[in-house]
Design a protein around this ligand. Structure first.
Ligand SMILES: *[C@@H]1O[C@H](CO)[C@@H](O)[C@H](O)[C@H]1NC(C)=O
Ligand SMILES: *[C@@H]1O[C@H](CO)[C@@H](O)[C@H](O)[C@H]1NC(C)=O
Ligand SMILES: *[C@@H]1O[C@H](CO)[C@@H](O)[C@H](O)[C@H]1NC(C)=O
Length: 399
């Protein structure tokens, strides 16, 4: 395309740089290999019982779930809890630390029947009834579809398998999809409670430097226009671009994670290394476009086609329908945990959400604020066990 600005091309370099930095840090053959199994490589090795499950969404995506329990417990009749990861991640993000430092293991130790979801397009969820990830159509979705299809499929499946209502834990994008579904009254009949870590409903004041840059330079839109439907492709071939692109931009690639998430106070270097062996997982360019619309407009609506005819076709109205956070039922038990240094779940955006929830039943809403925490501390911080997980488990046991 002739009219793609040179700035955009530099930004494409920058993203390749992110991918390359992440891919180049360390190579873990198992993580890249087709036969990588989260259960075999990362759960059974820690002494837990693990099952792999597949479930198909109404729009044909075959999604992988892992089910974990402590060896002493066996998988039967314990309260189920579903963990939904954020963007560029997968279920691995819940099990990177020692059993003591990882929410999934900690919940299993405490007698929960733990289910890990993997969003469409990630390592455990690349299947589809008729498409492959090489097909552009495979990536034609945003978080609207994650909220409308993936999440109800996961929750419905676990509900069916266990015959019990679930607790839900979301991180980052996993809170946006759940809050949006809740605002439409969805899922609630199958859930007991939900804990939102680094909650995201609004992004208008998001301070993530990398996020802002992507938004301001219309990077996702430009990639979409040139036909790139899978965002942040695997970067095996771009290792050499790393030095060139990063030095051209005057950016240290090793700090890009921080530029994206904010300065994580409490995540060990070894945990970051383990994270970068698996992430970034790809997402849809359209999903990025949707998030960027939220950054620019400060609102929370369905994907805007920026075209009245297209909006009419999809929504029977000229503008995309809003998700109204004030419609979340006031008696649904909610825990929100947010941090002062989190640049994706920014404190100012959090205030807008908290204002929406101001009439929530006081005994059904727990709000935690950690001044020193950034985006990843909530799930990988060395002290998250005491600061986040213990209160979260106590909250689940109340509901
Ligand atoms: C994956 O598993 C299949 C069947 O077990 C095997 O044929 C194939 O070689 C494996 N691939 C890798 C990369 O290990
Ligand atoms: C899940 O589906 C994938 C293909 O999408 C397949 O490779 C895998 O073996 C399936 N796993 C289970 C447990 O059925
Ligand atoms: C759960 O079970 C109901 C009733 O059998 C079925 O209609 C539904 O499709 C199941 N949901 C999932 C996600 O498996």
């Amino acid at each position: 395309m002739a009219n793609i600005s040179s700035t955009t091309l530099i930004l494409v370099d920058l993203l390749l740089c992110v991918s390359a930095a992440m891919a180049a840090r360390t190579k873990l053959p198992a993580a890249a290999g087709e036969n990588f199994s989260i259960c075999k490589s990362m759960v059974e090795t820690q002494g837990y019982i693990c099952q792999e499950h597949n479930v198909t969404t109404p729009d044909g995506y075959i999604i992988g779930l892992q089910r974990i329990s402590a060896a002493k417990n066996k998988i039967t009749n314990y309260p189920p809890v579903l963990l939904q990861h954020g963007i560029f991640a997968d279920a691995v993000s819940w099990i990177l630390g020692s059993p003591d430092e990882s929410l999934a293991f900690k919940l299993a130790d405490d007698g929960f029947d733990v289910w890990l979801a993997n969003t469409r397009g990630t390592l455990s969820s690349k299947g589809h009834i008729s498409l492959t990830p090489k097909d552009p159509a495979y990536w034609e979705w945003s978080w609207d579809e994650l909220a409308a299809y993936d999440l109800p499929t996961f929750v419905g499946y676990v509900n069916n398998q266990t015959g019990q209502k679930l607790h839900y834990v979301g991180h980052s994008l996993g809170t946006l999809t759940a809050l949006s579904a809740f605002s439409h009254g969805k899922l609630l009949n199958m859930l007991r409670s939900a804990a939102m870590l680094s909650p995201i409903a609004y992004l208008g004041q998001m301070s993530s430097l990398l996020g802002r840059t992507i938004a301001e330079l219309f990077l996702a839109e430009n990639l979409y226009v040139i036909g790139v439907r899978e965002f942040i492709p695997k970067a095996n071939d771009v290792g050499k671009l790393l030095d060139v692109a990063c030095s051209k931009l005057g950016i240290s690639c090793s700090n890009l994670l921080t530029l994206f998430t904010g300065p994580n106070c409490c995540v060990k270097t070894s945990t970051i290394d383990a994270l970068l062996q698996h992430e970034p997982q790809p997402t849809a360019t359209k999903n990025m476009m949707h998030l960027v619309q939220m950054v620019r407009r400060g609102t929370i609506t369905k994907f805007n086609y920026n075209n009245i005819a297209q909006n009419l076709k999809h929504y029977e109205q000229a503008t995309p329908p809003k998700y109204n956070m004030r419609s979340i039922p006031k008696n649904f038990p909610l825990l929100l945990s947010y941090g002062g240094k989190d640049t994706l779940s920014d404190v100012n955006d959090m205030q807008v959400l908290l204002d929406d929830l101001r009439d929530h039943d006081a005994d059904k809403l727990v709000i935690q604020y950690r001044e020193e925490y950034a985006h990843l501390d909530f799930i990988m911080g060395t002290n998250a066990n005491r600061i986040v997980f213990d209160p979260l488990i106590a909250f689940f046991k109340l509901h």
